[in-house]
Each structure stands twice: as structure tokens, then as C-alpha cells.
Design a protein around this ligand. Structure first.
Ligand code: COA
Length: 260
């Protein structure tokens, strides 16, 4: 598929999706949401892509939010449908079955922060600014922000950010656990790629099952989450990767995982 608002590349197992509307600070209009949906559907089944990095084009913004020009026109029902489309896309990203890393290279506001929240790990450049400013527009976050932010940084910090609409810098985002790491802007792409490659040195099936255990387990009572974990742990024993990984350790050699 030809993309108008995205750049897609892949190098030795690591795919990069770049939202590419730099003149609008990579704001997510409906066309871009649709293209992201197609791109992640493709990445979900593309065997060669084992991890994904999401970032924004240009030096200023990761994604500065949903497209406010479109939001300004919405009716209540259209607004609900817009939120549901964005939510479905971000859930698709969250449950891709492969590690997705947000490389936050500038403004991550509104839908941009919500996109980053759906990723497994967030790395920010030192010039990044993050926030959920929807209330300043008479809106609330609609692409999962009210749900995921509280799960990641806790209710009090999430509500402070959501109710003030304040933007915070990368250091503060790191302090509250919103981003995993802060690096100099020039090192962001290399850091994200190195992290993806560290993950890919491990068994791909194990990565998939670990992602599922955490994603589903967080929504369950502890007993049910532990049961899910035990079932997925047992499932690992059906894989060639577990045989390879454990034998490689015992034979004092590096494992060669095939993802089966
Ligand atoms: N939707 C649509 N267009 C947006 C946008 C968004 N979320 N964010 C930025 N843009 C556009 C601007 O309208 C401007 O377009 P123009 O050149 O055609 O006028 C262009 O991107 C550059 O933005 P500008 O505001 O001039 O840059 P800035 O450096 O002065 O300010 C921000 C940067 C991020 C502080 C500012 O753009 C902003 O507050 N954006 C909206 C953030 C937001 O509320 N997001 C949540 C939406 S739910």
C-alpha cells in the first residue's frame, strides 16, 4: 500500500513507522489513522518484522495530537465514532504480539501521547514535551488516554495531567514513570533501535507470550492473572524456542531462536 502520511521502513527485523505530516506537527487526521491501521495490520502478519519503532517526522514533534481542524467539526455521534476508531487502532498496536517502542522526538500531545501510551516502551528525546491538553479544547482524551495514563503513572498523577492539560518535559515524564528513558535528541533513533535489538535477541514466541501475560493479566484479579501466566508458561514448553534457549544455556552457547 502507498502511504501519504506515513513512512515505513524495515532493517534486519526492526520496522520503523514514521508519522509524516511535519507541517502539521504530525497531527493524526482521519486519513493518517486509517493508514496507521493498514500499516499495523500489515506488520502484525509480516514475519520479517519482529519489532516496531514508532516515531514522528521532523525535529519538532512526535505527534501533536488528533487533528484539531477535524475535531472542531464533529457531531456527538461522529465524535464517538472517531474515538472508537482511534481506540481500536491503539489497541491493535498494544496487542500486536511484537514489541512496539515509541521514540518520542518532540511534542507528544493528546492523541500523540495516547499513541505512545499504547506502545510497550517509551523512550523520549530530551526536547520532548508530553501532555493530554484535551480539556483546554473542551474535550477529554478519547484515544485511551484516560485509561492508559492512570494505569501507567497512577491515578493521582494521571488526573493532575488530564485536569490541568499541562505539558511536562522529558525529565519530569521520566521521573513519574511515563517514559522509560530520556536521551539526547541525536541519540534517540539509535537508542530505540538498540533496545529493539536487545529484545530480538530473545525468543520471539516468548516475547509474544510475555506481552500477552502482562497486557491481559493487568486487567484480571491476581489469582486469574497468575493462572494466565502459568498457562502461558506451560505453552512455552511446546515451542522449539524453549528447547533451544534452555539447551543453549546448558551447552554454554548463544541461543539461535527461530520463533517457533
Ligand atoms: N491538529 C491540527 N493541526 C495542528 C495540531 C493539531 N493537533 N498541532 C499543530 N498543528 C498545526 C498548526 O495548526 C500549524 O499549522 P499551520 O502552519 O497551518 O497554522 C502547524 O501545525 C504548526 O503548529 P504551530 O502551532 O504553529 O507550532 P508551535 O511551535 O507554535 O506550537 C504546539 C506547537 C504543539 C505547542 C501547538 O501546535 C499546539 O498546541 N498544538 C495542539 C496540541 C493539542 O492540543 N493537541 C491535542 C489535540 S486533541
Amino acid at each position: 500500500m502507498e502511504y501519504k502520511n506515513l513512512l515505513l521502513s524495515e532493517m534486519e527485523g526492526v520496522a520503523t513507522v514514521t508519522v509524516n505530516r511535519p507541517d502539521k506537527l504530525n497531527a493524526l487526521n482521519a486519513a493518517t489513522i486509517a493508514e496507521l491501521g493498514a500499516a499495523f495490520d500489515d506488520l502484525a502478519v509480516r514475519a520479517s518484522a519482529k519489532a516496531v519503532i514508532v516515531t514522528g517526522a521532523g525535529e519538532k514533534a512526535f505527534v501533536a495530537g488528533a487533528d484539531i481542524a477535524e475535531l472542531a467539526q464533529q457531531s456527538p455521534l461522529a465524535g464517538k465514532a472517531t474515538a472508537q476508531k482511534g481506540q481500536a487502532l491503539f489497541r491493535r498496536i498494544e496487542t500486536l504480539g511484537k514489541p512496539v517502542i515509541a521514540a518520542i522526538n518532540g511534542y507528544a500531545l493528546g492523541g500523540g501521547l495516547e499513541l505512545a501510551l499504547a506502545c510497550a516502551v517509551r523512550i523520549a528525546s530530551d526536547n520532548a514535551k508530553l501532555g493530554l491538553p484535551e480539556v483546554t479544547l473542551g474535550l477529554i482524551p478519547g484515544y485511551g488516554g484516560t485509561q492508559r495514563l492512570a494505569r501507567i503513572v497512577g491515578r493521582g498523577r494521571a488526573l493532575e495531567l488530564i485536569l490541568t492539560g499541562d505539558r511536562i518535559d522529558a525529565v519530569e515524564a521520566h521521573r513519574i514513570g511515563l517514559v522509560n528513558k530520556v536521551v539526547a535528541a541525536g541519540e534517540l533513533a539509535a537508542t530505540a533501535e538498540a533496545l529493539a535489538r536487545r529484545m530480538l535477541a530473545n525468543g520471539p514466541v516468548a516475547l509474544r507470550l510475555a506481552l500477552e501475560a502482562v497486557d491481559r493479566g493487568l486487567e484480571l484479579p491476581l489469582e486469574d492473572g497468575l493462572n494466565l501466566e502459568a498457562n502461558l508458561f506451560g505453552l512455552c514448553a511446546t515451542t522449539d524456542d524453549m528447547v533451544e534457549g534452555t539447551n543453549a544455556f546448558l551447552e554454554k552457547r548463544k541461543a539461535k531462536f527461530l520463533g517457533a
